[in-house]
Design a protein around this ligand. Structure first.
Ligand SMILES: [Zn+2]
Ligand SMILES: [Zn+2]
Length: 304
C-alpha cells in the first residue's frame, strides 16, 4: 500500500507569510493519519484533497496553541461537510478536556462518533497492519513524539517455484504464506523455498516540539523519514535551548544517531524568510535532509 506524507503547515509558534502552523498528513492507501492540527489546518487539508469521510486518526503532540487551535475548526467543518465515520483523536493529558470544553460552549459537531483518548509513551494504536508508538519529547510542557510503523508483510510468493515443486494451487498456496511448511502427499516442503523473507514496512517519526533527546532518538531508530523540530539555525542555538526547540544541526545529529533514511526539517521559526541556511547547516552533518514546505508531498517507500 502506498504511503505519502503531505506537510500541511511547517511553521512554528506563529504563522508567517510562507508557513502555516504545524500539521502533517500521512496517507496510507485510503486511510489518513493527521499529526497536529495548527490553526488553518482544515483549509490546507481541503487543498490536499484528503477526503472528508475516510478512516482517520488525529494525533496531537502537546497542548500548545500552535499545535491544536485548528482542531475545533476541523471537527466543525468535517461535520458540516457530511462526515459520518468515526474519528479518533489521541493526545496528552488535557486533550479530552479541550475538545469537550469547546464543544460544550460552541457545539461544533454532532454528526459523527468522536473518540478522544489521552495517551502516554508506548503503543498508542495497534492496528492489524501498523502501529503508532509514542515517546516523551523534551519541551517546556509534556509533549509526545510519535512513530508510525507498518508491520512486516509476508515475503514475495514465487508461483513458478510452487508449480515446479508440484504444490497444487489453492489452499496450500495460501498456507505457504503463513505456515513454516506444507505437506503434499508424503513430502514436507518448507515455505521458504517458495516465499521470500518478510518485507519490512515503512516507518515515519514525527518529533516536535523538542530539544534533541535520547527518547526521541530511540523512537526514531531506522525510520524511513524523520520529521524533526528545526526551529532555528545554529546562530540562534540559545533560543532553541530557552524555548525547548532544536536547531537544524541538532535535528541532523539525531538523524545520524537514529540511522534514519531521510530527515525533514520542520517547525521553522517565523523569523526566517529564507530558511535555506538551516538546510545548509543540517546537510553538513546529514546529507539526505530536506526543508519541508507547506503542501509539499513526499512519497515514502519500503524498498530498502
Ligand atoms: Zn510549536
Ligand atoms: Zn510547543
Amino acid at each position: 500500500m502506498s504511503v505519502s506524507v503531505t506537510f500541511l503547515g511547517t511553521g512554528g509558534s506563529v504563522p508567517s507569510k510562507f508557513r502555516a502552523l504545524p500539521s502533517v498528513l500521512i496517507r496510507r492507501g485510503p486511510e489518513l493519519l493527521l499529526f497536529d492540527c495548527g490553526e488553518g489546518t482544515q483549509r490546507q487539508f481541503l487543498q490536499a484533497k484528503a477526503g472528508i469521510n475516510r478512516k482517520m486518526r488525529i494525533f496531537i503532540s502537546h497542548m500548545h496553541g500552535d499545535h491544536l487551535f485548528g482542531l475545533p475548526g476541523m471537527l466543525h467543518s468535517l461535520a458540516f461537510m457530511g462526515r459520518t465515520r468515526e474519528l479518533q483523536i489521541y493526545g496528552p493529558r488535557g486533550i479530552a478536556d479541550f475538545v469537550s470544553s469547546v464543544n460544550r460552549v460552541v457545539k461544533f459537531y454532532s454528526q459523527y462518533p468522536l473518540k478522544v483518548k489521552e495517551v502516554r509513551a508506548g503503543s498508542v494504536v495497534n492496528d492489524p497492519e501498523y502501529e503508532v508508538l509514542a515517546a516523551h519529547a523534551t519541551h517546556g510542557i509534556p509533549c509526545l513524539a510519535y512513530a508510525f510503523e507498518e508491520k512486516p508483510r509476508p515475503g514475495k510468493f514465487n508461483p513458478a517455484m510452487a508449480k515446479k515443486l508440484e504444490i497444487p494451487e489453492g489452499p496450500l498456496w495460501k498456507k505457504l504464506q503463513t505456515a513454516r511448511y506444507v505437506r503434499v502427499g508424503n513430502r514436507r516442503i518448507p515455505s521458504r523455498l517458495v516465499v521470500g523473507a518478510p518485507r519490512a514496512g515503512v516507518k515515519i517519526t514525527y518529533a516536535v516540539d523538542t530539544r534533541p533527546c535520547s527518547r526521541v532518538a530511540k523512537l526514531a531508530q531506522n525510520s524511513d523519514l524523520l520529521i524533526h523540530d528545526s526551529s532555528f539555525d545554529t546562530s540562534a542555538s540559545q533560543k532553541a535551548v530557552d524555548y525547548g526547540h532544536s536547531t537544524s544541526t541538532e535535528a541532523s545529529q539525531i538523524a545520524v544517531r537514529s540511522k534514519v533514511r531521510k530527515l525533514a526539517l520542520f517547525h521553522i521559526s517565523a523569523m526566517y524568510e529564507d530558511a535555506n541556511p538551516l538546510l545548509v547547516q543540517a546537510r553538513r552533518i546529514f546529507r539526505n535532509t530536506i526543508l519541508s514546505k507547506d503542501m509539499m508531498t513526499v512519497h515514502v517507500s519500503r524498498d530498502r
